[in-house]
Design a protein around this ligand. Sequence first.
Ligand SMILES: C[S@@+](CC[C@H](N)C(=O)[O-])C[C@H]1O[C@@H](n2cnc3c(N)ncnc32)[C@H](O)[C@@H]1O
Length: 223
Amino acid sequence: MRMRRKRNLDSFLTQYPDLLYILDKPCQNVVEALKHKSYLPLKEIFGKDKVELEIGCGKGAFICEKAKRNPDKAYLAVEVSKNVIVEACKLARAENVKNVRFLNCAAEILPCFLPENSVERIYLNFSCPFPKYTYASHRLTSRRFLETYKMYMCQGAEIHQKTDNMHFFEFSLEEYSACNFGIKNVSLDLHASDFEDNIVTEYEKRFTDLGMPIYRVEAFLKE
Ligand SMILES: C[S@@+](CC[C@H](N)C(=O)[O-])C[C@H]1O[C@@H](n2cnc3c(N)ncnc32)[C@H](O)[C@@H]1O
């Protein structure tokens, strides 16, 4: 379901200078982005040089809860839609979450903002499955994206993925393997498993309410 563009969206966005980073001039692809590196000063922002990253954070319920449960960690949440990220900022402000920041950009250009070895973990929660095969390279677990994640993941870093879509899940497992990631803790029905500490995302709630199983995997960079 598409959200309608909010009226006065730009003025809403300016209400969160402490939480939200917005690009002045969005650039569209990684080659272009790498020519204009502008690393976020993570140490200055969080007092740490490593973060956990959520890509496609939606309205921010997952990352805000994660940050509240882990106050010693630093969280960066990325979302391409301004309309949606403004809701995430609103939530973080309302819940007074101190250790999270938001970045409004496409995942494609993250190497422009994140230095090497700066990301300990990536969360991909219910990323768009792009069911048509011709759009496979748009999936956030396609090898095109996995290779860009490696540019900022640190040694031992992991990707934690959840999805309701079995075909997308199978595709992701193949892509992890093709890009030399190992996989562990695979679940074909997360909610029936003994996995503890799950944080239910907005989309996850919709799918579980419909009785659909949730697929989950942890992928890690091999030595
Ligand atoms: C299906 S929603 C899931 C939202 C949330 N993670 C959840 O589980 O409820 C996927 C989100 O990813 C965002 N998204 C899709 N492609 C993206 C990209 N290339 N870079 C950043 N965000 C993206 C979309 O705007 C959307 O908000």
